[in-house]
Design a protein around this ligand. Structure first.
Ligand SMILES: [Fe+2]
Length: 145
């Protein structure tokens, strides 16, 4: 059963997942330095996972009567994700940035989970997103010296 607080929680998570997806591609294209290839490829793996997660989430919103808003302007105005900056990105810095940002989004979603106690299917989708974000964050964090 959805409640009035379900859709804003899902929308906030959607925007953050979209922003992370965009940053993963940005870093994929601009990373350089030692371990370039593994970080370059890992970013693409994460980008695909994030895209799948956002699609699942947006379609859940639609299924329960909402209107997912994934427009660039909405992402710009409402994302909680910290930017990674433009230009070249050193691989070790990218690893740290993504370990940090993936975990931050996971914690942000986690903090709102109890708002969805009356909508367990939506809560389940967010829990799965947290699991994937935490795993991806760990895989970056494990590369830090
Ligand atoms: Fe590529």
């Amino acid at each position: 059963m959805t409640s009035s607080q379900t859709l804003p929680v899902l929308q906030a998570a959607l925007v953050d997942l979209i922003d992370l997806t965009l940053l993963a591609k940005q870093a994929h294209w601009n990373v350089h330095g030692p371990h370039f290839r593994s970080v370059h490829l890992e970013l693409d793996e994460v980008e695909v996972q994030l895209r799948d997660a956002q699609d699942l989430l947006a379609e859940r919103m639609a299924a329960v009567g909402g209107n997912p808003d994934g427009r660039a302007a909405t992402v710009l105005a409402t994302s909680s994700v910290q930017d990674i900056g433009s230009g070249p990105l050193a691989a070790d810095k990218v690893v740290a940035q993504f370990a940090d940002r993936l975990a931050a989004v996971a914690r942000g979603i986690e903090a709102k989970l109890t708002d969805l106690d009356e909508d367990l299917p939506s809560q389940d989708i967010l829990i799965a997103s947290i699991q994937n974000l935490d795993k991806a964050a760990w895989m970056f964090r494990a590369q830090e010296g």
